[in-house]
Design a protein around this ligand. Structure first.
Ligand code: FDP
Length: 329
């Protein structure tokens, strides 16, 4: 008998106009997935030769996917401000602000160092309500803490294309069935294990870490059968892929602050469109997201492309990491 599962469109139906925004994001995800699948055949790999606002090399697919996201969200007529990793300044759609109810922050292609090697990449999005009156566009309205998100999600382009999202009522995952062009629910009510056995971090940076963090990782690598150590290391180098594994199997993902003088002293990941949405999703799955010293969702942003340290995953693992960082261990 055919197994009729819930589609994403059905799942979001009761969310009012937010459903329209989420529906357009799923459309963008389908279009990006299609392009990624044939990128090597149509000259879409490689760089544009430019660098973005954060000084990083811009890949052709970064720019292309940003255009797709902007078009998809603009078409809703409901999003009046867009903040993207690929745009130095927010894009304000004054014509939509009278009706405009949402601010969307997104990273069109996260993990883009994986693009040219057919590795896993993702799209991350965060949706908040526009608090201002009419078509005003003040930074204070856009720079709001993650606690104000009304929805957040990621689309993971791996062997399958998977969309995971929360609207504050738990976390659900939907896999794209390419034969019918629909995202179909495959992961219902995702809950992260209280503790895992895996850590995920770029250990090449360890000489520049704070000694407390090095001690924490050494602790995870030490053998202690009773507490499930040593942990196993896993690192894709794509936040979406590394966090997705962590959500399903437990453990911790870290991109800590390090001592480089090139702007990474406060971490690498961006608050508005990486750390905050992933923090919202993880908390909704029963996990924790921290800088080591504070809850990510409570950080008051001061800049659109602000970076923060991120420790995220199983609650017991993140709490232990915080204890090391704050000097309690
Ligand atoms: P990328 O720069 O390749 O887009 O978004 C930042 C990010 O990827 C994350 O997805 C990933 O986890 C991290 O950076 C990888 O950074 P490192 O290469 O420094 O480990």
């Amino acid at each position: 008998m055919t197994d009729f599962r819930l589609t994403l469109a059905q799942h979001v139906r009761s969310l009012g106009d937010l459903a329209i925004v989420l529906d357009q994001l799923t459309l963008a995800g389908k279009v990006i997935a299609r392009e990624l699948a044939r990128a090597a055949l149509i000259g879409q790999l490689g760089t544009t030769g430019e660098t973005n606002v954060q000084g990083e090399t811009v890949k052709k697919l970064d720019v292309w996917a940003n255009d797709v996201m902007v078009s998809a969200l603009e078409a809703t007529g409901l999003v009046c401000t867009l903040v993207s990793e690929e745009m130095a300044e927010p894009l304000h759609l004054a014509q939509h602000c009278a009706r405009g109810r949402y601010i969307a922050c997104f990273d069109p292609v996260d993990g883009s160092s994986n693009l040219d090697v057919n590795g896993i990449v993702g799209t991350i999005f965060s949706i908040r309500r526009h608090q201002g009156d009419g078509n005003d566009h003040v930074a204070a309205d856009t720079l709001r803490p993650g606690t104000e998100q009304v929805a957040a999600g990621y689309i993971m382009y791996g062997p399958g294309t998977l969309l995971v999202y929360t609207n504050g009522a738990g976390v659900n995952g939907f896999t794209l069935d390419p034969t019918i062009g629909e995202f179909v629910r495959s992961h219902q009510g995702i809950r992260i294990p209280a503790r895992g056995r895996t850590y995920s971090v770029n250990e090449g940076n360890s000489p520049r870490w704070d000694p407390s963090l090095r001690r924490y990782i050494e602790h995870l690598r030490a053998t202690d059968v009773a507490s499930g150590r040593p942990y196993t290391a896993r690192y894709v180098g794509s936040l979406v892929a590394d966090l997705h594994r962590t959500l399903l199997e437990g453990g911790i993902y870290l991109y800590p602050a390090d001592a480089r003088a090139d702007g990474k002293a406060t971490g690498k990941l961006r608050l508005l469109y990486e750390a905050a949405p992933m923090g919202f999703i993880t908390e909704q799955a029963g996990g924790k997201a921290s800088t080591g010293l504070e809850r990510v969702l409570e950080i008051q942003p001061t800049a659109y492309h602000q970076r923060v340290p991120l420790l995220i995953g199983s609650p017991e693992d993140v709490t232990l990491a915080e204890e090391f960082i704050s000097g309690g261990r």
